[in-house]
Ligand binder design. Structure first.
Ligand code: NAD
Length: 423
């Protein structure tokens, strides 16, 4: 199939290479000129395992990038994959989704061939039907006889996004009619996963609920971890016993400094906002959010307990990305940790294998190291915030510190003489 993907970011570009790998011809449409130029020269604009290789394989033959919407007219399907940020209250900003819908509508004007528009961006339930479809129908001056619509939320995880796209647990498609369902089912037929067909609104809701549930598991593990630490019980031992129950599963029960990223915190906030707009009181969701926001504070409290006042103390921060195998720092717990260390007058020297340049945009004035040893040398304490595999075997490097105080926000170190944030 000929497919247009609007938005060449973390989700859209992975979707694009995945669709090209499935045998389709894909045009990525992004307003960011430098991103488009990089894609067209088969360079990944961000790090994601496997992305570079698939760009090298498909760019120029079955994958192209453009800053204009012209190619939408020649494609059978267009996917909207632009960002949908939420503000502090959880209100989702739909400006970019709306603008994409208008541009798609204009590109489809005057054409007769059937076209399916798929919303892959995470949007609040009801958005596709009440906002996106009317915009596309209005701008294209066409009707449902030649246009199909679908909400097809994406569940991939950064750091393993390509593999997740090709081998998902399930594919959820909310559809407007049988024709859109048939086209999407055909498009996904090479992926070996159940296709769950539902209404557009249910598909939109399923994405928010999935992320809220995952967030709930993490906050639950963190709260249990905080209790366990007081009792000198290892929460990882406890969760190994708890997660072996198939009704619970071991996934997302790793206690630590809290969840981050561009999706879990945003989608949780959006669901809270939606519930409150409906007059509901989402007690549980609020608690999940609060536990997560409080968890990074435990890092500096532990440091204060060990070092006293943090003013002029040199603190090595290992790990800035919100998770390993990505350079993405959006929502990373490293941000509130560094913010509070900085506010308390500590000197922060940070290291991450991939995310330093992104973090420099947030904290231009702190110091950055080129390797863990440089960050650790002379440090009064170290906090480890991302479970990068390269940190696992650190041990003698900690001897270069002024004092060997090592706090883990993620359980990864194999060495002795360290303390976990909640274990
Ligand atoms: N990142 C993930 O792991 C992930 C996973 C599942 C779902 N999602 C959802 O996918 C959506 C996109 O997230 P992301 O992380 O890829 O965002 P992103 O910020 O990495 O990428 C968005 C891209 O869209 C482009 N863009 C914005 N407005 C545009 C327009 N009008 N026309 C063309 N291009 C435009 C931007 O230039 C940018 O390259 C969000 O709704 C997010 O919640 C993301």
């Amino acid at each position: 199939m000929d497919i247009s993907v609007i938005g060449g970011g973390y989700m859209g570009l992975v979707t694009s290479v995945g669709l090209a790998e499935l045998g389709n011809t894909v045009t990525v449409i992004d307003l960011n000129e430098s991103k488009v130029a990089m894609i067209n020269s088969a360079q990944a604009p961000f790090f994601e395992p496997g992305l570079h290789e698939l760009l090298q394989k498909h760019v120029g033959s079955s994958l192209f990038a453009s800053t204009t919407f012209e190619d939408v007219a020649d494609s059978e399907i267009s996917f909207i994959c632009v960002d949908t940020p939420a503000d502090e209250t959880g209100h989702v900003n739909l400006t970019k989704v709306k603008s994409s819908a208008c541009s798609i509508g204009l590109a489809l004007q005057g054409l007769e061939t059937f076209h399916t528009v798929v919303i892959k961006s995470t949007v609040p339930p009801g958005t596709t039907e009440s906002v996106i479809i009317p915009l596309i129908l209005g701008k294209s001056k066409r009707n449902f006889s030649t246009l199909g619509f679908s909400a097809n939320p994406e569940f991939l995880r950064e750091g393993q996004a390509v593999a997740d796209f090709m081998h998902p647990d399930r594919i959820v498609i909310g559809v407007s009619d049988g024709r859109a369902e048939e086209i999407l089912t055909r498009m996904y037929c090479k992926i070996d996963a159940p296709i769950l067909t539902t209404s557009i609104k249910s598909a939109e809701m399923a994405k928010h609920v999935s992320n809220a549930f995952l967030a709930t598991k993490i906050s639950f593990a963190n709260e249990v971890g905080n209790i366990c630490k007081n009792l000198e019980i290892d929460v990882y031992d406890v969760m190994r016993c708890v997660g072996s129950d198939h009704r619970i599963s071991p996934n997302f029960l790793s206690a630590g400094v809290g969840f981050g990223g561009s999706c879990l915190p945003k989608d949780l906030k959006a669901l809270i906002h939606l519930a409150e707009a409906l007059g509901e009181e989402p007690f549980l969701l609020h608690a999940v959010k609060k536990v997560n926001e409080k968890q990074p504070e435990r890092i500096y409290r532990l440091l204060e307990r060990k070092l006293g006042k943090l003013k002029n103390k040199r603190i090595a921060v290992l790990g800035l990305a919100f998770k390993p195998n990505t350079d993405d720092i959006r929502g990373s717990p490293a941000i509130p940790v560094i913010q509070s260390l900085d506010a308390k007058g500590a000197t922060v020297i940070a290291y991450d294998p991939l995310a330093v340049e992104n973090m420099r945009g947030v904290f231009p004035r702190i110091k950055y190291a080129k390797h863990p040893l440089e960050a650790l040398t002379g440090a009064d304490a170290c906090v480890l915030l991302t479970e990068w595999p390269e940190f696992e075997c650190l041990d003698s490097e900690f001897d270069a510190m002024q004092t060997r105080i090592v706090i883990e926000g993620r359980k990864i170190l194999l060495c002795k003489n360290k303390e976990g944030v909640c274990w």
